[in-house]
Write a protein that binds this ligand. Sequence first.
Ligand SMILES: [Zn+2]
Length: 128
Amino acid sequence: MIDQTLWDKCVAFHGHRCPGLAIGVKAAAIALDFFMDDITDEDHPGITCTSSTSKCPSDGIRCVLGIDDGTGLTVAEKEGELCFDFARGGKHIILTTLPGKHGLSAEENIVRILMGRDQDIFDIKTRY
Ligand SMILES: [Zn+2]
């Protein structure tokens, strides 16, 4: 579940609410949680990300992790499901979106993503 304050901050950063932003915020929040024990400075968590898209999801990652293109974020455009490879100190958590539900409105999709269980939204792999 994503904290409302964090979501509002990311919507302000991105300029609109959209399912893509929700995907990025969710992915970055999962990564933060995964690396939690290694993070000493919450304002600079030191997590890098390789994202398969430069679009809306990457803004969620920029906002949550405080990184940007060239300063922790690398965009490697790829077709197909979205993939985010988060790394810190040689550890990786790699999230790939699972196929979404059909017939949902954008708003329903945002709720599904933000409130859903991590494993219902992403295929999650870790590498050490
Ligand atoms: Zn968007």
